[in-house]
Design a binder for this molecule. Structure first.
Ligand code: SAM
Ligand code: DTB
Ligand code: SF4
Length: 332
């Protein structure tokens, strides 16, 4: 075991000065050493048998101006997906009630927008306030934000804003041409500036090399302060998108990425996000052992399928996992 991985006392304190070399040393360690260290950090920093549950809803589907090469909602590609307008408030609140009844504690509303337009702000704020009033945590992912918008969302009752880095800076241009890495970082700093919790992660399995996966994880770890929530998505390859023919990712690489995220971001929730539909129960169990402690529940992500509720309930029962309760407010 290398000195870096052996020093669990040091690893449990978040730091934002990870070099690529150090991140690579973690990622490429012998698998047993990596898993041991990840589980040790996990047990010292998180509740080892609890998993946070979020549920997604696509409040505005398709027709997006961006050209993200993985995404079936981009107007640049023909994937047969039907575009729709912004969903009415009552339908959103109905879906949130159902998600709550199904056991989700956070409701994440996603829109296929390049950026939040001023004309949509009020409608989205009403959705946030309505979901918050139900006693759920709120999250939205609406593309880029300009100055002042994150504050409006926060005032409406928003808890988390999701905006992913997606991949390493040097790999970014291969995947997206319509906005830059710096645009993404700028939106994240507006989110942070408004006092919101930051949810940011990426996608692996897009045909990137191992260095790009390591680069993404180091980039996420070096956001200062570190993000509260880190979704690690496995590419859902959708025919018709530029990345639709990507070779399926090796499961061991995926688990290495999760374990590295846990070690580099000890205090963050690491979410085993898109891609669970095609993962075996055993691979998901390994992801939890590697330190993942959050998932998306419900039978659909935004536009693609997710494991059904019965299947997830059986997996939790067989692994002795329980849903993480909402944080209770500190006593006055
Ligand atoms: N339009 C907004 C944006 O891009 O920030 C919000 C919605 S977008 C669908 C949110 C995130 O979902 C993307 O940043 C990407 O990381 C993830 N995502 C989209 N399509 C995916 C796919 N096919 N497989 C895995 N993750 C995907
Ligand atoms: C994230 O990192 N993953 C979620 C959420 N943030 C918005 C989205 C996954 C989308 C998968 C493809 C789809 O269902 O459209
Ligand atoms: Fe898809 Fe979001 Fe990119 Fe639009 S900005 S193409 S919705 S990932």
């Amino acid at each position: 075991m290398t000195e870096l991985l052996n020093d669990i006392d040091r690893l449990i304190t978040p730091r934002t000065n990870w070099t690529r070399e150090e991140a690579a040393e973690v990622y490429r360690a012998p698998f047993n050493d990596l898993m041991f260290a990840a589980q040790a950090v996990h047990r010292r920093s998180q509740q080892p048998n609890q998993v946070q549950t979020s549920q997604l809803l696509s409040i505005k589907t398709g027709g997006c101006a961006e050209d993200c090469g993985y995404c079936n909602q981009s107007a640049h590609f023909d994937t047969g997906l039907k575009a729709s307008k912004l969903m009415p408030l009552d339908e959103v609140l109905d879906a949130a009630e159902k998600a709550k009844a199904g056991g989700a504690t956070r409701f994440c509303m996603g829109a296929a927008w390049r950026e939040l337009k001023p004309r949509d702000e009020a409608a989205v704020c009403d959705m946030i306030s309505g979901v918050k009033a139900m006693g759920m945590e709120t999250c939205v992912t609406l593309g880029m934000l300009t100055d002042g918008q994150a504050e409006k969302l926060a005032d409406a009752g928003l808890d988390y804003y999701n905006h992913n880095l997606d991949t390493a800076p040097e790999d970014y241009g291969r995947v997206i041409s319509t906005r830059t890495y710096q645009d993404r970082l700028d939106t994240l700093s507006r989110v942070r500036g408004a006092g919101l919790n930051v949810c940011t992660g990426g996608i692996i399995g897009m045909g990137e090399d191992q260095n790009a996966r390591i680069g993404l994880l180091a980039e996420l770890a070096n956001l200062d302060p570190q993000p509260e929530s880190v979704p690690i998505n496995q590419l859902v390859a959708v025919p018709g998108t530029p990345l639709g023919n990507s070779k399926p990712l090796d499961g061991i690489e995926f688990i290495r990425a999760i374990a590295t995220a846990r070690i580099l971001l000890p205090q963050s929730m690491v979410r085993l996000s898109a891609g669970r539909e095609t993962m075996s129960r055993e691979l998901q169990a390994l992801a939890f052992l590697a330190g993942a402690n959050s998932i998306f529940v419900g039978e659909e992500l935004l536009t693609t399928p997710n494991p059904d509720t019965q299947q997830d309930a059986a997996l939790f029962a067989d692994l002795g996992l329980e849903a993480m309760p909402l944080p209770t407010a500190p006593a006055e």
